[in-house]
Design a protein around this ligand. Sequence first.
Ligand SMILES: Nc1nc2c(ncn2[C@@H]2O[C@H](COP(=O)(O)OP(=O)(O)OP(=O)(O)O)[C@@H](O)[C@H]2O)c(=O)[nH]1
Ligand SMILES: [Mg+2]
Length: 258
Amino acid sequence: MTRSPESPVELPAPWRDAAVTVVLPTYNESANLPLVVEELLALPLPGLTVLVVDDNSPDGTGKVAEELAVASDGRVAVAHRPHKDGLGRAYVDGMTRALDAGAEYVLQMDADLSHPPAFVPQLLGTLLSTRAGVVIGSRYVPGGSLASEWGVDRRILSGWANFYVDALLRMKIRDVTAGFKLWARETLLDIGLHRVRSNGYSFQVEMNYLAVRRGHKVVEVPIRFEERVLGSSKMTLAVKLESAKVPFQLRWRYRGTR
Ligand SMILES: Nc1nc2c(ncn2[C@@H]2O[C@H](COP(=O)(O)OP(=O)(O)OP(=O)(O)O)[C@@H](O)[C@H]2O)c(=O)[nH]1
Ligand SMILES: [Mg+2]
């Protein structure tokens, strides 16, 4: 079973200085945000910066993010959005800002510590050594694992989602709804973030589909997905329903994309 590495892997000199921007979307994550930011800034990656994208969280996450930014010596920035608009919109906004600010690599991850920051150097090392367009932190490749707290219902839903998307879109990605991913700048520019429309889990599927259609190499590395300990899930029925219909729409929408 893969655990978070005790200590993150050390990368060779030119790699560890890479300009990585972590885009962290938040909605009511005031308890988790300081923990995840502290772990990210403590990684042996001096070029890593964090962009928090907060949707005016009622629990004051935006203010917490501002305090972290002030204390961070320029390594943490905050984008405030006026209202809750979904994960996909927050990512398109945050990733666009990261590219505009010159990021060479853009990491997407949840702010609830489900995606252990200790895996980030491995994702970067894999992206650089394999020249992939995107590296996915995967629960479903050998060595990957899910928190033991996950009940049978969630395991079945997640497994079914992967089977369903694979049957329709044939991407050969084991963990197609994973949200722990490192993108090379060129891949995001080539995909064109402005055309990505999906919002929930389907945002992950749409981004993967565009990367594959455009011929970018996708590599999966095993991670351990942890259950959130603090705060509550934002998964809604609307997000689940979107995930069911989007794979059909993607085939039609991007039929001419190569
Ligand atoms: N900015 C922004 N962030 C969001 C929104 N919805 C969810 N998030 C963030 O997206 C990340 C993933 O959301 P979660 O609620 O953890 O969803 P999940 O991981 O699918 O569900 P759990 O496994 O139950 O935690 C977290 O960092 C949330 O705070 C949104 O509408 N806007
Ligand atoms: Mg979560």
